[in-house]
Write a protein that binds this ligand. Structure first.
Ligand SMILES: Cc1ncc(COP(=O)(O)O)c(C=O)c1O
Length: 389
């Protein structure tokens, strides 16, 4: 059984999990690339595991070490950061060296990172589906909740399936950051996040995060990072530390806002000529969200897996392509933009980022605004586009 996560301590860990020597409450941005050497060398070697022993900023530096201390504590694992989510994804592939990769759907950029990784190898790495039979050496690349729909998948089910043959499960938990879900509880071997989204939370940094269960695994990842040179930049580390201090306030608020809006929009799926709460019928044809999923045949209930609340990013399907093209640009408080997880709400016709996506699909990322204002904004925009404006 995996360790229990002390969710009640999250806020305190985010604020105090990096305390070390020195008098600065907020550390300065560490811009130095190199550090004064210790006379006669350092018998303990490089400073990977000791943030007090920095040598060169490709190995480690003060603010990144503070960030990684906090990320390790709040995920009850061993965390390492990267220059972006996809830099972390690539590093995870180098680390696991899978014989085959089982993946179905999810963020198209991770499929791109996998294709790039395979291109650089001499041997083929077949891609299979999550529902195929697994073999020893397989890596299950598992995303939950899914981008862009925001639907949850059963982590424990796929973890049991891959462990039965001696493979590993990596979860892309970008849509389910702490305190929403803790994938180690459900059998994940490795947790991956685009930290650009909810950890950063302010749409102002790129970052990737990998969390593993042992210090030995983290050390291997750190060693690879030294030689791939894909560490997070100094400014990004500082911005991320700033962001972590409020994560326990931002995420539950985004989750509550997102859940309320998803369920409200779902109730507005009514026939043309009718309306629900001022939203004209016949405009929205489908809403995906973890909170709208019914328990499946295996008894999987997303509410149990997402113990801290449902995802704040999800998708809706509109009845006409012109509605989907216009919605993001007809909203006042939602920014028409790609990406997600920021404190500000955003909307995107997903086709603009993923050419394979259904052109009727619009992804909504819900922020920390007042939920009544967001509903008013959506209602007004849906009325406008339904009139052909
Ligand atoms: C689910 C998911 N995984 C990975 C990534 C890649 O992260 P990044 O853009 O930080 O490289 C994204 C980015 O949108 C994402 O949504």
């Amino acid at each position: 059984m995996s360790p229990q996560i002390p969710t009640c301590q999250l806020g305190t860990q985010l604020l105090h999990g990096d305390h070390g020597p020195g008098s600065e409450v907020v550390p300065s941005i560490s811009v130095t690339s190199t550090f004064r050497a210790v006379p006669h060398g350092d018998p303990e070697g490089l400073g990977a595991m000791n943030p007090e022993k920095h040598v060169y900023s490709r190995y480690s530096q003060n603010v990144t070490s503070r960030v990684e201390q906090i990320l390790s504590k709040v995920n009850q694992g061993h965390a390492i950061t990267y220059a972006s989510g996809l830099a972390a994804a690539f590093s995870a592939l180098v680390h696991f060296k899978p014989k085959r990769i089982a993946i179905s759907g999810g963020y198209m950029g991770c499929h791109g990172a996998i294709a790039t990784y395979i291109k650089g190898r001499f041997t083929d790495t077949p891609i299979i589906s999550l529902d195929d039979e697994f073999q020893e050496g397989d890596l299950c690349w598992f995303e939950s909740p899914l981008n862009p729909t925001g639907e949850s998948r059963n982590i424990q089910y796929y973890a049991d399936k891959i462990h039965a043959v001696g493979g590993k499960l990596l979860i892309d938990s970008t849509f389910g950051p702490p305190p929403l879900q803790y994938p180690f509880k459900w059998g994940a071997d490795c947790i991956f996040h685009s930290g650009t989204k909810y950890f950063g939370g302010h749409s102002d940094l790129l970052c990737g995060i990998i969390i593993v269960k042992t210090e030995a695994e983290r050390e291997q990842l750190w060693h690879d990072r030294v030689y791939m040179g894909n560490m997070m930049g100094s400014l990004e580390s500082w911005l991320l530390l700033r962001s972590l201090r409020t994560m326990h306030l931002r995420i539950p608020r985004q989750s509550a806002n997102g859940t309320e809006i998803a369920q409200w929009l779902n109730r507005a799926i009514v026939p043309e000529g009718q309306e629900y709460d001022g939203i004209p019928g016949g405009v929205i044809t489908k809403v995906w969200h973890s909170s709208l999923q019914k328990p499946d045949a295996n008894g999987f209930d997303p509410a149990v897996q997402m113990e801290g609340g449902f995802n704040a990013c999800f998708s809706i399907l509109l009845s006409k392509i012109e509605y989907a093209e216009k919605l993001a640009h007809s909203l006042e408080y939602f920014v028409p933009a790609t990406s997600l997880g920021g404190v500000e709400s955003s909307a995107e016709q997903r086709l603009n980022s993923d050419p394979k996506e259904n052109p009727l699909l619009v992804r909504l990322s819900i922020g920390i605004e007042e939920v009544t204002d967001l509903k008013d904004d959506l209602r007004r925009a849906l009325v406008e586009i339904s009139k052909g404006n």
